[in-house]
Design a protein around this ligand. Sequence first.
Ligand SMILES: NC(=O)C1=CN([C@@H]2O[C@H](COP(=O)(O)OP(=O)(O)OC[C@H]3O[C@@H](n4cnc5c(N)ncnc54)[C@H](O)[C@@H]3O)[C@@H](O)[C@H]2O)C=CC1
Ligand SMILES: N[C@@H](CC=O)C(=O)O
Length: 350
Amino acid sequence: MTTYDIALIGFGGVNRTLAELIATRGGELRRDLGFGLRVVAITDLRLGSLVRGEGIDLEKALRLVPGAATFRDHGGSAEADNERIIRTCPADIICEATFTNPTDGEPAASHVRWALDSGKSVCTTNKGPVALHGAELKAMARQNGLHFEFEGAVMSGTPVLRFAKRLFPGLSLHGFEGILNGTSNYVLGRMEDGLSFDEAVREAQQRGYAEADPTADIDGYDVQLKVLILANELLGANLTLADVKREGISALTPGDLRQAGSEGRRWKLVGSARRNPDGTVTAQVAPAALPLDHGLAGVSGANNAVSFSTDLLGAVTVAGPGAGRMETAYALLSDIIAMHEARSRETANA
Ligand SMILES: NC(=O)C1=CN([C@@H]2O[C@H](COP(=O)(O)OP(=O)(O)OC[C@H]3O[C@@H](n4cnc5c(N)ncnc54)[C@H](O)[C@@H]3O)[C@@H](O)[C@H]2O)C=CC1
Ligand SMILES: N[C@@H](CC=O)C(=O)O
């Protein structure tokens, strides 16, 4: 049976949860999926790095508390040393889950380049490399006969990208609108319940929904990246960050939410894009007070939903979890499953 050796770049909420899944459910995964997973390298800014060709003891690695210990105490190094480890470790697949940088996608984009340049496929939940360097990185993967998968970059574990790519051939897609950030949706809901803005953000952080800097969620930068990914991947647009107008929810007050409620409306942060008659694509992120019978008004908590406007089916809506450690770790697993399936097809056709 095939075993994929993987390297975890960034050992925070998402990659730790993937490691937990492998440690606790590796046997079941092997039986159900027809392949095994072995973690051979981990790097993290706060923990340093560890490489073990025979497989890392994940239970031991998961016990390390950032700030209190590093991998140096366990035969590794206190430095992340990403380039050397990504290039030289014996992994087949790199799982990139470091901080999303909404401005230039670095250093994660370099992590992906180093992996693809050294013969390793990549799965990532990091929106920066996909939104800001997606075309380059996909071409690099293709040229090198490798995979670059990123289902978790939009709607975490809800497989919106694969769903849409399978559904839309044969249809014309006019555009989409959606709730694409779990944190801001959670915060708006909790403010409606009476929490202060700060309390609601703190809860979202504790639940593992928020970015390292939650202003990325609140001010719409995170949705801007996701709109860019959906527009470029599904509408065939060639948009850059500057093409997606952005406004977040930080100006909304509890009074605004109450006022909307009394008018039968609910504030949501909506990301959207539409194809214009001349073929260009217009995209934006902005708060909107939606009437309660609007399809997106009932999306609650950290859930997300995106409604695609199509010619033959009308509106097609995909809804599900939009954030969370387990939900996003599952997205990485789904990427590895997709790579395995592609590899199995290639072998069968050879
Ligand atoms: N948590 C969620 O619900 C979702 C997260 N994502 C994305 O997945 C990625 C990971 O998310 P989380 O695990 O929740 O974040 P996190 O903040 O819990 O973990 C990130 C980890 O990466 C490490 N790190 C940062 N820069 C690094 C570098 N240059 N080299 C090595 N390690 C580095 C940090 O020390 C931290 O341990 C982020 O890009 C996030 O935007 C995507 C979808 C959902
Ligand atoms: N911080 C993001 C996580 C997923 O991308 C969110 O809240 O949606």
